[in-house]
Ligand binder design. Structure first.
Ligand code: HEC
Ligand code: HEC
Length: 385
């Protein structure tokens, strides 16, 4: 009797095993998977190259070795960033399926929002102005948001999803929602080796996609590649653009490059650039609780800055002309105003007294930082059909 039972269970097990294996074989068949993906998404069969973009040599020395905030545990892979791209454009990430990351970070405007404040999923407005995501990879300290409250990009990307104004979503609900689709299990398997969908892998994929948004084909890059330093005139620039670059880089009174440093035009130390003496937004202080941080904000990258409509954490400045006017004439004194912007003789806020030609030259220079490729490249656009 015992042997009969044993035999029965062994054959039952075998039958189950064979039928499961057959099922898996169909599910794991690449052609079937491609057909499922193709129903919903316009993705190339071989993923786009996110891992090794064709960076100029000066990028390698400066950024890759010194400034890159990619953690060892989450390098950018082609399928990881592809999954991140799908998530970035997916309205399923918001509670009522109305908002995706791209709603507030639109590719054509350099991954920011032309509006002063962004519309959330439920009709509310974001508290601050949306930020450009280009070159997020090269903030060495790896902290994110205007007030740098997110310690890593992996932490940051999950915050808008759960924000009560922005996307209003619970992560466990999101995981269930993605599991319920036909295509996400396949994409998670391609990206991370198995179909497990969890918060950690959502975060890793989104961070990979954001880190892949590297700008390196602006006219500035072309000039920089042949001159090999930032100060010498670039041969591909007009006289006006070179004049603007010179003011930006070397004029001690203006000192733009004192804060917007390196070829990414970024700084790792939050600063107060004199926007408002009675600032209702206390910046870094919000989380550091250090009075020296009141009114200090992240120094954002100026890459693709000319594609932005609104500027600063509160989006209060409209147009580049007004940005220059702010630095030229309207810097406000406050206890935390950056020493770069205090006049050493008067001890008051710096008044730059730029001529109209100098202001125009600065703007002409800022426009050379626009990389048209990144804002039109298909690999950063919506993959949804
Ligand atoms: C409703 C609009 C909105 C949505 C949706 C949104 N963001 Fe943002 N994003 C913002 C705003 C506003 C800020 C600045 C907030 C702050 O500093 O307090 C920001 C900041 C960021 C930053 C910080 C950049 C830096 O240099 O510090 C990153 C990265 C980012 N968002 C990525 C994403 C991702 C990924 C998604 C989707 C999961 C997303 N955002 C969804 C509005 C939005
Ligand atoms: C003391 C450091 C400092 C100096 C000097 C400085 N900046 Fe800034 N810049 C900042 C900070 C900090 C911000 C963000 C401030 C905020 O949002 O509250 C900023 C923001 C900007 C922005 C807006 C970017 C965006 O995405 O909203 C532009 C454009 C800009 N600066 C250009 C310049 C130019 C041009 C100069 C020289 C005339 C200059 N900056 C000098 C620190 C500085």
């Amino acid at each position: 009797m015992k042997t009969v039972l044993k035999l029965f269970f062994i054959s039952l097990g075998l039958i189950i095993y064979i039928s499961c294996a057959k099922d898996d074989a169909v599910k794991n068949d690449p052609a079937t998977e491609q057909a499922i993906l193709a129903k919903y998404l316009d993705l190339p069969a071989n993923p786009f190259n996110y891992t090794s973009p064709d960076l100029p040599a000066f990028y390698n020395d400066q950024f890759i070795k010194i400034q890159d905030n990619t953690p060892a545990g989450n390098p950018v892979t082609n399928w990881g960033a592809t999954l991140g791209r799908v998530l970035f454009y997916d309205k399923r990430l918001s509670k009522n399926n109305t908002i995706s990351c791209s709603s507030c970070h639109a590719q054509e405007t350099g991954f920011t929002d032309p509006k002063q404040f962004s519309d959330g999923f439920n009709g509310g407005l974001s508290k601050r102005h949306s930020m450009s995501l280009i070159n997020a990879r090269y903030y060495v300290n790896g902290r994110f948001f205007w007030d740098e409250r997110a310690a890593t990009l992996e932490d940051q990307v999950l915050m808008p999803i759960q924000d009560q104004v922005e996307m209003g979503m619970r992560l466990d609900t999101l995981v269930k929602r993605l599991k319920g689709t036909e295509f996400y299990p396949i994409l998670f398997k391609y990206a991370f080796g198995n179909e497990t969908i969890n918060e950690q892998n959502i975060s890793r994929a989104l961070a990979q996609f954001v880190r892949s948004m590297v700008s390196y084909s602006s006219r500035y890059d072309e000039g920089r590649a042949v001159v090999n330093n930032r100060v010498t005139d670039f041969p591909n620039f007009t006289a006006e653009e070179n004049q603007g670059k010179n003011i930006f880089m070397t004029n001690a009174r203006v000192n733009c490059s004192g804060c917007h440093t390196t070829d990414a035009f970024i700084m790792d130390n939050p600063r107060n650039n004199g926007l408002d003496a009675s600032n209702p937004d206390s910046g870094i202080f919000v989380h550091s609780k250090d009075a020296n941080d009141i009114g200090k904000f992240k120094v954002p990258s100026l890459r693709n800055v000319a594609q932005r409509e609104r500027f600063m954490h509160d989006g209060s400045i409209q147009g580049l002309q007004a940005v220059i006017e702010h630095y030229n004439s309207f810097i406000q004194m406050s206890p935390t105003l950056d020493p770069h912007l205090i006049n050493s003789t008067t001890q008051g806020p710096e008044r730059m007294n730029l001529s109209q030609a100098e202001k125009d030259a600065l703007i002409a220079f800022l426009k050379t930082l626009t990389d048209e490729k990144i804002t039109s490249d298909k690999k950063f656009s919506s993959p949804f059909r």
